[in-house]
Design a protein around this ligand. Structure first.
Ligand code: SF4
Ligand code: SF4
Length: 443
């Protein structure tokens, strides 16, 4: 199908999914669906970014949504947002009331993982995405609020050069701000007043699904939502630090097959064939070797509930499953629909209330507001990865030594590949293009 005018502008601006893996948004807009969803659930504890940008830029969220609905032929548009985000709901409702087509702002309960695309789709539409499938399989596309704001700018020819991020945890003044892409975590943490403790773990994202990077020199990318500092004594950090071999040894001696990890697993509750307690049982049978992996493990969304909430014995089913899942993906094993049943009994009762999760993970001291601030930050140097998205790295269209202005194209999508364009976030001279674009501001 020929690319629509809207999809072209979105592709040229380098828009990718801002809330997750960075799927190129123009590729989503080549589909035809009846329903378009906006994810403003922000279910990761401590993060504050989506609700604040949704309130501040409600008009752009709705404008981006309407454009995307037009591109894919959707007649239903729904914003899914936690009922407790009162100000954002008021702003989005006012924006939705002005203009057509009609948009519903649907209030959700305060649970984790409300933002998982399978959970969100079920909560807002009642449709269950088949295991191993995408929302497209049930006529749905969903995007994060920041993605839709970027779409609305793309329609005006403005590329993605900045990212709103919450900087929180063990920092003096938690904040949410808009940073040029490529700004280092170190600078963002300094703008939040600096660390409050000497030794800390650094996460790119929230405590449940954030990636441990433990390096303050990594850059903010198009998919960075949170920078989180936690003390080494926090349970999230402690579980991460246990070597996987030790964890497997512990599993053999302490997993008592209570099945709490399965009972609370959101994908199991949606009827998918995924039972972490059985994975833990077979994982201790080392004689089985690779046979212990099952294709069902591909259904894991890596939400961390089994690890960080459910298991009473401090075990980490997610990490065991991930080890298997990566190997299955390397072997290009595909998930199957076999074994899926309907939504299971107790789905609603077993959703995890966010306050309970915060308490369980000893996060209450860090559960602070992180107000949206206009900081107008101008870094002297940015490091912009060629891959901030799913797909092929962008092909450089600049050379070392070139001068660029903010918004100039740095990298193009390789011919025929899935990918996203990359643009300069500051003006200056290109210092390197491999493995990332480094731009140094000139005096
Ligand atoms: S919750 Fe923990 S102890 Fe219970 S079955 Fe799962 S891994 Fe084993
Ligand atoms: S991380 Fe655990 S709870 Fe979450 S989907 Fe995977 S197996 Fe289920």
């Amino acid at each position: 199908m020929a690319e629509s005018e809207i999809a072209r502008k979105v592709r040229e601006a380098g828009v990718v999914g801002a809330g997750g893996a960075g799927f190129p948004t123009h590729a989503k807009l080549s589909a035809q669906v009846d329903t378009y969803l906006v994810n403003c659930s922000e279910c990761e504890p401590l993060l504050r970014v989506d609700r604040q940008v949704a309130r501040r830029h409600a008009d752009r969220v709705i404008a981006g949504l309407r454009a995307c609905m037009q591109a894919v032929g959707a007649t239903v548009g729904i914003v899914g947002i936690k009922a407790k985000y009162h100000e954002a709901i008021a702003a989005l409702s006012a924006a939705a009331a002005a203009g057509t087509p009609a948009i519903a702002v649907r209030e959700m309960e305060d649970f984790y993982p409300a933002g998982d695309e399978h959970v969100l789709t079920y909560e807002l539409t009642g449709r269950v995405i088949p295991q191993g499938g995408l929302p497209l399989a049930v006529g749905v596309i969903n995007n994060n609020v920041q993605t839709l704001i970027n779409v609305s700018f793309a329609l005006e020819g403005v590329p993605v050069t900045h990212k709103h991020v919450t900087v929180t945890g063990a920092v003096k003044s938690p904040l949410t701000a808009r940073f040029p892409i490529g700004t280092s975590f170190r600078e963002a943490v300094q703008l939040a007043g600096g660390p409050t403790i000497e030794r800390f773990a650094v996460l790119d994202g929230g405590p449940m699904m954030g990636r441990f990077c433990n390096d303050l020199d990594v850059p903010i990318t198009k998919t960075t939502n949170g920078i989180l500092l936690l003390p080494p004594t926090n349970p999230v950090v402690q579980k991460h630090d246990v070597p996987i071999a030790r964890m497997l040894a512990n599993t053999g001696s302490t997993c008592h097959q209570c099945s709490a990890c399965t009972d609370y697993c959101p994908r199991y509750l949606l009827g998918h064939e995924l039972r972490p307690h059985l994975v833990m049982r077979t994982s201790t049978f080392s004689a089985l070797g690779p046979m212990a992996r099952t294709v069902d493990e591909l259904n894991c969304c890596e939400c961390g509930i089994c690890d960080l909430y459910a298991c009473p014995m401090d075990l980490t089913p997610r990490r065991v499953i991930l080890t298997h899942k990566r190997e299955l993906q390397r072997q290009k094993v595909r998930p199957t629909a076999a074994g899926q049943v309907g939504v299971r009994e107790f789905y609603a009762e077993r959703r995890i209330p966010l306050p309970r999760l915060v308490t369980r993970l000893a996060l209450a001291p860090y559960d602070a507001e992180a107000p949206l601030r206009e900081i107008d930050w101008h870094p002297r140097r940015v490091t912009i990865p060629r891959t901030m998205h799913l797909g092929a790295p962008a092909t450089p269209v600049v050379a070392v030594g070139d001068r660029v202005k903010p918004g100039d194209l740095l990298g193009e999508i390789p011919q025929g590949a899935l990918g996203a364009r990359v643009h300069a976030s500051i003006g200056g001279r290109v210092a390197t293009i491999e493995p990332a674009f480094v731009i140094e501001a000139e005096p």
